[in-house]
Design a protein around this ligand. Structure first.
Ligand SMILES: CC(=O)N[C@H]1[C@@H](OP(=O)(O)OP(=O)(O)OC[C@H]2O[C@@H](n3ccc(=O)[nH]c3=O)[C@H](O)[C@@H]2O)O[C@H](CO)[C@@H](O)[C@@H]1O[C@H](C)C(=O)N[C@@H](C)C(=O)N[C@H](CCC(=O)O)C(=O)O
Ligand SMILES: Nc1ncnc2c1ncn2[C@@H]1O[C@H](COP(=O)(O)OP(=O)(O)OP(=O)(O)O)[C@@H](O)[C@H]1O
Ligand SMILES: N[C@H](CCC[C@H](N)C(=O)O)C(=O)O
Ligand SMILES: [Mg+2]
Length: 493
């Protein structure tokens, strides 16, 4: 991440903030974390899921904060004192917009993609298309910031301060194009307000994160905000009509009068997927753009990847690139780490794939996508994360039982929960599965079960390199474990 620009100086007015009473002090830093406050800083006291940031206002003032931004609930918690106070209706939004003004620069062409599944894939493909067209480009999301400027990221959508710092640092390093993932938490918490978007994409909406949003309606509303609230009037919405709730998003965009581009299998899609022919390393794709047919090669396993690629192509076109030039880049696209990644092959020819499916729909999609590539049985090793939507667990078990032939239920990231309880919730919907808590052992058992023509899908952790158990992160990599298991059983590396 970019260091805090120490030399910067702004007034509250410069950051779009109006203090409650008169004073408009100059500030030399901004933060939403009281622990980072230094003399002359603006402290944004934001509402949290556990507590209100205003609880820490006294500490922030002691450390030298000379202005506080908060909402009316926060204002009631503030100690009396000489600092300037800005009270707004939505302090998270005001902070994100202030951060965008504070950091200033952004890549000239920014796009965002939202949806339950496929965000990382679409953002990465978009960045790869731009790179192939010689634009200095990045993608920001679950796998960090990748491309012409890199940084790790703790969140799929970084918090507003980190995000705007990243965008400015990337722009200052010459990056002109950025594709970012908009998670529902990020949208709900206004982490990406102030990002100047020229286009946004929608993949699909199926069950996940009900621990946070409680209902599918609220989850849809959080995602839809990218189109109803964040996209400027002249920006383009690019929507997968085949993704669940795609037509709802199109309707919202048309109601707003937003320019809308559609992709999908059906008639009427601007970028229409006509047919796919699968082979061992990927697929040939026939598609049409505004009625004109094209053929291309995709070196990507899984039918659903064509939808992700089409969405990425649509975003590149919406950001100003020539459609023919964009289509010419598609054979160069490479798979995203941990998404339908061929991790190892047994000496009997059976393949082991690692995939990030951690929702019921993703498990179904990934298993169905493997089917045309597999002559024998499909074996799956999977679990579900702790401290996340508990209601998705039996649905994941049912999806695996419906679309795989042999099931091993194991641990994902149990986080703070009892791993056996998580496994039991999955097993309730797939009682014939074999339960193996230890993930390395489950992978070994799955690999051992592979006969000629079979394939193994290790689902849930994709690119992750750690397993979080009771607050500790232990090194764990599904791709590495797949190789270790094959080497142990076949005696080769
Ligand atoms: C539920 C959730 O999203 N929580 C995020 C949220 O924390 P919070 O609202 O609980 O904050 P809090 O701890 O109550 O604190 C409230 C305020 O007090 C401040 N504070 C706190 C302590 C202190 O000493 N001083 C201080 O000033 C905090 O900076 C904060 O502004 O704001 C924090 C700061 O930005 C985030 O780190 C935190 O992410 C947590 C760790 C998390 O696990 N989030 C996940 C669920 C998430 O965001 N996931 C999505 C991906 C989902 C997907 O798959 O699509 C993501 O975008 O990564
Ligand atoms: N278009 C799609 N439709 C359905 N499932 C998909 C689609 N694209 C990817 N998937 C499944 O979802 C998994 C995660 O893909 P990806 O990482 O691109 O999604 P994401 O939306 O970024 O996830 P996260 O919310 O965790 O960041 C893949 O490994 C695959 O199993
Ligand atoms: N962004 C997702 C990632 C889930 C990955 C899976 N391995 C798990 O731990 O559930 C989440 O935080 O819900
Ligand atoms: Mg992602």
């Amino acid at each position: 991440m970019a260091p805090h620009p120490a030399t910067r100086r702004a007034t509250l007015a410069d950051l779009g903030l109006t203090p409650r009473a008169g004073a408009n002090p100059a500030i030399i830093g901004i933060t939403a974390d009281s622990r980072a406050v230094q003399p002359g800083f603006l402290f944004a006291a934001l509402p949290g899921s556990r507590l209100h940031g205003a609880t820490f206002a006294a500490t922030a003032i002691e450390q030298g904060a000379n202005a506080i931004l908060t909402d009316s609930a926060g204002a009631r918690l503030l100690p009396p004192g000489p600092v300037s106070v800005v009270v707004v209706e939505d302090a998270r939004e005001a902070f994100a917009r202030a951060a965008s003004l504070w950091f200033g620069a952004q890549p000239a062409r920014m796009v965002a993609v939202t949806g339950t599944n496929g965000k990382t894939s679409v953002a990465t493909f978009t960045r790869q298309i731009w790179e192939a067209l010689d634009h200095p480009a990045i993608n920001i999301g679950t796998t960090g910031v990748e491309g012409a400027w890199t940084a790790p990221s703790a969140h799929t959508t970084p918090d507003a301060f980190t995000l705007h710092a990243m965008l400015a640092a990337a722009a200052e390093a010459g990056v002109t194009h950025g594709a970012m993932e908009a998670s529902s938490h990020g949208l709900d918490q206004r982490r990406m307000d102030g990002v100047r978007l020229c286009a946004a994409g929608f993949t699909n909406l199926t069950q996940d994160h009900l621990d946070y949003h409680h209902t599918m309606e609220a989850y849809l509303e959080a995602k839809a905000a990218l189109f109803t609230r964040l996209l400027p009037d002249d920006a383009v919405a690019v929507v997968n009509l085949n993704g669940a709730h795609g037509s709802d998003i199109v309707e919202l965009c048309l109601d707003r009068g937003l320019p809308t581009m559609t992709i999908g299998h059906g008639q009427g899609a601007d970028l229409r997927l006509l047919s796919q022919r699968y082979d061992a390393t990927g697929q040939d794709l026939r598609f049409s753009w505004q009625g004109q047919p094209y053929m291309t090669r995709l070196n990507l396993v899984g039918g659903f990847q064509a939808e992700n690629v089409a969405l990425a192509a649509g975003l590149a076109i919406a950001s100003g690139d020539d459609p023919q030039a964009v289509f010419a880049t598609l054979p160069k696209l490479t798979g995203v780490r941990g998404r339908m990644q061929l991790a190892a092959t047994r000496t009997n020819g059976a393949a082991v794939y690692v995939d990030y499916a951690h929702t019921p729909d993703a498990i179904e999609t990934a298993l169905k996508a493997l089917r045309p590539h597999v002559m024998g049985r499909i074996i799956i090793v999977f679990g579900a994360g702790g401290d996340r939507d508990t209601t998705k667990r039996p649905l994941m078990g049912a999806a695996a039982a419906a679309h795989a032939d042999v099931l091993f239920v194991t641990d994902d990231n149990p986080r703070g929960e009892d791993p056996a309880t998580i496994r039991a919730a999955i097993m309730a919907a797939c009682p014939d599965a074999t339960e193996v808590g230890d993930r390395a052992e489950a992978i070994l058992r799955g690999v051992d079960a592979l006969q000629p023509g079979d394939a193994l899908l290790i689902a849930g952790k994709g690119h992750e390199t750690g397993q979080t158990i009771a607050g500790q992160v232990y090194p764990f990599d599904d791709v590495e474990q797949a190789s270790v298991a094959v080497a142990a059983l076949d005696g080769v590396i």
